[in-house]
Write a protein that binds this ligand. Structure first.
Ligand code: NAD
Length: 398
């Protein structure tokens, strides 16, 4: 029998479609629920929201939800109850709780918005799904791909939905770049790069504890963007390490950093594109965490007939610089956010639950990103290239 080369294998895969590569442990189709014509009946009213985890990110989420015409925040919960109590003051009639069990037994709601520590996401999402709640979760959806996959299966069985941050595929800059890729305007795409880093959060220890790290907190954005642009990945190689072994944080004082705070990840997409991302909690940036005024790109794409660069961070882009063989002078496109903000995910899901308008974000994509993060850690541990199983419906933007 002739030996099949890797190139033949990839060519065959693209002919067969990505579904052919999915293992039995992964999704049957990779097609998000919203696009399977599943029998979801829109609520046709405001979605009642319960938010759990009233810390830093909730301070950005809650104003967006308060302004969302499809959302009504009715329930707030935090194991630091004074935080939940304070957050509840913003919403007339909202009730606050110190524990998820009391929250679920209390005032009824449709959607749990989970903005707790990364290590708590999977456990709390499972409890909420078991109680028949839809879930929007900050990244990551769960601690492991397997845990996330089980959540998705459980949600299907319960007739509810789950989605996870980030919302980077919603930006008009992402849409512009995806269109260039889909239309072949850059020729054959060869390579792409993404980076995101800052000096690390100083308010909570969980970022540096087991199952934390810069990959699920920061790298997750670039991985979602690059898989969003070029489709699912097949394999991962990575190196990670710890640059700052101890940290001073507000909630626990001086702590040991036990997970990576510096990561380099290389992955191959089904299409043959090679992508690379780097992230970390040791990146000095004169433009600060928000990157305001930053003119340099954080995402770069190189093809045989052109290149393009997303200006600013992919969660807060401010344009796309592009040059092609037809127009070799670099030109800036989509300088405007068009209303997109990174914290809009939960509100977009409220719009879907209320009206049935399908979101671009889907749980299968979030889980694929989670599998890449897990594979990166395994690659560092074993020194091996790690094969991936999961997939998702692509292209995201047509
Ligand atoms: N802070 C940001 O700017 C930012 C931005 C984007 C995403 N995120 C993500 O949001 C999540 C939360 O980050 P953060 O910065 O807000 O952290 P944080 O420490 O400020 O807030 C987390 C809150 O969750 C609460 N909590 C933890 N376990 C709980 C439980 N079992 N039940 C109820 N409440 C619980 C904590 O008491 C705390 O108030 C993380 O996944 C992070 O990656 C944060």
């Amino acid at each position: 029998m002739n030996q099949m080369t890797r190139k033949d294998f990839l060519n065959n895969c693209s002919l067969l479609g990505t579904a052919a590569l999915v293992s039995p442990a992964a999704f049957a189709s990779g097609i998000p629920w919203e696009k399977r014509g599943a029998s979801f009946v829109p609520l046709n009213r405001k979605v009642k929201v319960g938010l759990i985890g009233c810390g830093s990110v909730s301070g950005v989420y809650l104003p967006h939800l308060a302004a969302c015409p499809y959302a009504e925040v009715v329930s707030l919960c935090d194991i630091k109850p004074e935080r939940a109590q304070k957050a509840a003051q913003r919403f007339e009639g909202a009730v606050w709780y110190p524990h998820i069990d009391e929250m679920l037994a209390g005032v009824p709601f449709d959607l749990l918005v989970n903005t707790t520590d990364m290590q708590e996401h999977g456990r709390l999402n499972k409890i909420a799904i078991a109680a028949g709640k839809h879930v929007w979760c900050e990244k990551p959806l769960a601690t492991t791909y397997r845990e996330g996959y089980k959540l998705l299966e459980m949600a299907k069985a319960k007739g509810v939905r789950i989605w996870g941050a980030p919302a980077v595929v919603n930006s008009p800059q992402f849409a512009f770049m995806a269109k260039q890729v889909n239309e072949g305007n850059l020729g054959r795409i060869a390579a792409a790069h993404g980076h995101y880093g800052h000096e690390g959060p100083n308010w909570s220890a969980f970022f540096y504890e087991k199952n934390g790290g810069s990959l699920p907190d920061l790298g997750v954005y670039n991985i979602a963007t690059l898989t969003g642009l070029f489709g699912p990945a097949t394999s991962v190689v990575a190196m990670t390490n710890v640059v700052t072994p101890t940290r001073q944080v507000d909630d626990k004082g001086l702590i040991q950093v036990v997970v990576e705070d510096n990561a380099q990840v290389l992955f191959e997409h089904h299409s043959g594109v090679l992508s690379h991302i780097q992230c970390g909690f040791n990146y000095f940036d004169p433009y600060g965490h928000l990157g305001t005024g930053q003119e340099r790109p954080s995402i770069s794409v190189y093809g045989s007939k052109g290149n393009m660069h997303m200006v600013g961070y992919d969660w807060r882009p401010s344009g796309v610089d592009m040059a092609t063989t037809d127009n070799p002078e670099t030109q800036r496109f989509v300088p405007d956010a068009g209303g997109y903000v990174w914290e809009e995910g939960a509100s977009v899901i409220c719009e879907y639950l209320s009206t049935g308008r399908a979101p671009l974000i889907n749980a299968e994509h979030s889980l694929h990103v989670l599998e890449i993060i897990e594979a990166a850690n395994e690659s560092q541990r074993t020194g091996r290239r790690i094969q991936l199983n999961s997939t998702f419906s692509w292209p995201i933007v047509r």
